[in-house]
Design a protein. Structure first.
Length: 374
């Protein structure tokens, strides 16, 4: 035991409790909301939510213990394995709700596209960490990472899964930006994306995806159809007021007006019962977790670790930002759950991988002093 830890063993004292305690509180709060969403029962949502978190917390602890050389060595093989799984989804994947996104491995049903979110961050961090700084302004710094992102995004769009494809692209783009690529390339890419948006809307999106985009601008135009989700979500959030209707007293979810109250619209379920106070609590917890992750990235002793940490923060942030905008009608309904609160194994797995990677980099930072990015 160290002098600073007193009677607390070092392995326990060294944990990032400033992040873990808020995370535990958020997961527990999510379980309470899921308990209410099920009509005052632990099953089927709250109990499985807590079990999944416990299992993936063990996984995150294992990730946190991995040595740097092993992680860097495994980045490209991991990318290839997940890419093969994505191809397998197209060949033998299970179809649910009109989408082909899952692989039945016998002992579990896996959604490989979820694994690609953290993996794309790792592989791009490894690429830029190995690339000389003098080559960051060359086309190789753009073309190779662009291809590494575009290939899995193309397979995910075939499923079709617009939300996950955007998440993969966002995480990859953040790593490219922080790696030091010329900002003019991103400005040019943004201009090109805006110019191509009409073509993508009419020729790349499915009919239901087009309706979701149009509904975002005028949900009242089809209040009982495409706009139903957003309208009911706004009603639930607005009716909560400042302090909410009280725990287990939400009418929108209990009377089944609010679709998917346990997954995509869990924030609306929470806001109806806990009001503005509950919403600020959730936002505050996410701010603490993401701020801690950014500090880990800033304190990282080398380029690879810094990019990994920043990319994992960006991945979690994408989930949070898109989900909150979605439930408030500021973004199309794209099936992005709220981390650590929504019921769902795939999203919990992805976000706990991100947490594990951040804990891993935090351990690297603690074990070796910062010597500058290289």
């Amino acid at each position: 035991m160290s002098a600073n830890s007193g009677i607390i063993p070092d392995p326990i004292a060294r944990q990032p409790w400033g992040m873990l305690i808020p995370l535990f509180l958020l997961v527990a709060f999510g379980a309470a909301v899921l308990y209410s969403a099920a009509g005052g029962r632990m099953d089927p949502f709250a109990s499985s939510h807590l079990i999944r978190f416990s299992v993936f917390l063990v996984m995150a602890s294992i990730i946190a213990s991995l040595p740097r050389p092993f992680v860097r060595f495994m980045t490209y093989p991991a990318y290839v394995v997940v890419l093969v799984l994505l191809i397998g989804v197209e060949v033998i994947g299970n179809v649910r709700g009109g989408s082909q996104r899952w692989l039945d491995l016998g002992f579990m049903v896996l959604q490989p596209s979820e694994l690609m979110k953290p993996v794309i961050v790792m592989v791009l961090a490894q690429f830029y960490a190995s690339l000389p700084l003098s080559m960051l302004t060359g086309w190789r710094a753009l073309i190779v990472p662009g291809a590494l992102i575009a290939v899995p995004v193309a397979f995910v769009l075939l499923q079709p899964d617009l939300g996950t494809s955007l998440a993969i692209a966002f995480g990859g783009a953040v790593v490219m930006l922080l790696a030091g690529l010329p900002i003019k390339w991103f400005i040019g890419g943004g201009v090109a994306a805006v110019a191509a948006a009409p073509l993508l809307f009419f020729f790349a999106l499915q009919d239901y995806q087009q309706r979701r985009v149009m509904t975002m601008f005028n949900p009242e135009a089809d209040a009982l159809g495409a706009g139903y989700h957003i309208n009911q979500s706004k009603i639930a959030i607005g009716s909560g007021g400042i302090f909410g209707k009280g725990f287990n007293n939400g009418s929108q979810s209990h009377l089944e007006y609010l679709p998917e109250p346990q997954t995509d619209f869990v924030f609306a379920t929470m806001a109806e019962e806990w009001g503005l106070v509950g919403g600020l609590f959730v936002l505050g917890i996410f701010t603490i977790i993401l701020s801690w992750g950014l500090k880990v990235a800033r304190d990282s002793r080398d380029r690879f670790a810094s990019l990994v940490a920043a990319g994992m923060v960006a991945t979690i942030f994408f989930y949070v930002a898109v989900n909150l905008m979605m439930v408030m009608g500021l973004a199309p309904v794209v099936g992005i759950p709220l981390p650590f609160m929504s019921h769902g194994g795939s999203s919990m797995m992805t976000n706990m991988i991100c947490i594990g990677a951040l804990m891993m980099v935090n351990r690297w930072n603690r074990e070796a002093p910062r010597t500058g990015l290289s």
